[in-house]
Design a protein around this ligand. Structure first.
Ligand code: ZN
Length: 124
């Protein structure tokens, strides 16, 4: 039982103990107690719904956390910041050692920054 329901139940018990109910004032009081009881039920239901809503939000946040962990793991750690992705290439024209990342190797011709000649990536 919710807090509001408990309070109304207490009032109802008090009214019954005072033997109120026979005359018109008693009828009014009982009607008020019934109305309060319905309001209390609605309030407690709302409170319950809000709690469920809160739990739902918590679940969504957890899902988002998991999702962002996954996304950052995939993108930042592996694709962008992994030093293993850099490939060491010796320029056949000037002998200078230059570094390219994997994405550059898969793209167009590589240009040596030292002598500006085209370097063909070595096939392993
Ligand atoms: Zn070169």
């Amino acid at each position: 039982m919710g807090y509001m329901k408990e309070k109304v139940a207490y009032l109802r018990g008090l009214a019954e103990g005072m033997e109120i109910g026979g005359d018109n004032k008693g009828k009014l009081l009982n009607l008020m107690l019934e109305t309060m009881d319905e309001m209390a039920t609605a309030l407690d239901d709302n409170e319950l719904a809000m709690q469920e809503f809160d739990e739902c939000i918590d679940d969504i946040y957890e899902e988002l956390d998991t999702l962002s962990d996954y996304v950052f793991d995939e993108d930042e750690d592996e694709d962008y910041f992994d030093e293993d992705d850099f490939v060491e290439v010796e320029c056949p024209h000037c002998g200078e050692t230059v570094y390219f990342d994997q994405e550059m190797l898969e793209g167009d011709d590589l240009i040596c920054p030292n002598c500006n000649e085209t370097i063909l990536p070595k096939e392993d």
